[in-house]
Write a protein of this length. Structure first.
Length: 93
């Protein structure tokens, strides 16, 4: 299973309702708007930037991209940008 970071941009003038629907849709796919880690040995949850998600999948990077793109285009809007990267480690401040 691999970890992925995903960034979705709804082009044009998306509404708050569209972004709320996007967040719910991506959460259904198993990706979240936060990462869990540790700081000084203590558990810490950090929020990610707007419309950025992190999670795990057994699919490869291209398949994750295709799944997210198709779901967003069919349920939220057509004009989007989707960026997916496989992550082996991360640091957030």
């Amino acid at each position: 299973m691999s970890n992925y970071a995903i960034r979705v941009e709804l082009r044009g003038n998306p509404t708050r309702e569209q972004y709320d629907a996007l967040h719910a849709l991506i959460k259904q796919k198993g990706f979240y708007q936060y990462v869990d880690g540790t700081s000084n040995g203590k558990p810490k949850r950090a929020d990610l930037p707007h419309a950025t998600y992190y999670g795990s999948s057994t699919s490869n990077c291209s398949a994750v991209h295709d799944t997210v793109s198709k779901a967003v285009q069919s349920q939220i809007q057509q004009n989007i940008i989707v960026f997916v990267v496989e992550a082996s480690t991360w640091v957030l401040s």
